[in-house]
Design a protein around this ligand. Sequence first.
Ligand SMILES: Nc1nc2c(ncn2[C@@H]2O[C@H](COP(=O)(O)OP(=O)(O)OP(=O)(O)O)[C@@H](O)[C@H]2O)c(=O)[nH]1
Ligand SMILES: [Mg+2]
Length: 195
Amino acid sequence: MDKIKENRKIKITIIGDKDVGKTSILNAYLDRNVYNPATTIGIDFFTQSIAIEDQRCSVTLWDTAGAERFQALTQTYLRDSDIIIVVYDLAKKTSNIGFWMRQVEQNRCGIVGILGNKTDLTRLNTEHLPDILFPWTRQNWKIVMGKCSSRKSTSVKTFFRRCLKEIVKTDLEEPFEMPAVTFVGKKHENRTCCT
Ligand SMILES: Nc1nc2c(ncn2[C@@H]2O[C@H](COP(=O)(O)OP(=O)(O)OP(=O)(O)O)[C@@H](O)[C@H]2O)c(=O)[nH]1
Ligand SMILES: [Mg+2]
């Protein structure tokens, strides 16, 4: 229970194709009113202090660039992430989630968020995501799925909160331990299989 009072450090990294809205989502989450951000070059980061349940959390948010030439750099920032959020564009026919999940699987992280952005536009994506995600569902992580629009900051905040709650919940889960086996009863010394 002492854990609850500590300041929990949480690293969130946001990835996905260029222009899906990663920076816009972070701007919405942090209440920064930037509507058309410049394309991300390399990497950006922001920090935030937030309370989830009774747990105080210092959150570092890493915003990566979707452009292909930055993919090696993005991979290095995925390391040690507690939460990786894969963003895709609901206004595009295909999501490219398979590609990003292959980047995710090379890292250990507790929570993977799959976030469809641009709900304010006409939805063109008709993919059945559970089928796409099926190869990864047996991994040792939790998948949190949701949709948002960076134009509607509450939708973004709700999704991030869901992911953060999962982390705090996981922290509180006691590790499973096999109970020590003790045999109670009379000792049968010199017993053989036939006696
Ligand atoms: N309609 C609408 N447009 C959005 C939304 N989110 C982002 N956009 C627009 O999509 C474009 C790309 O947004 P960014 O946030 O720069 O995308 P990004 O994923 O960070 O792109 P890179 O940094 O290049 O990887 C911009 O013109 C945004 O204004 C949304 O929810 N709705
Ligand atoms: Mg960006």
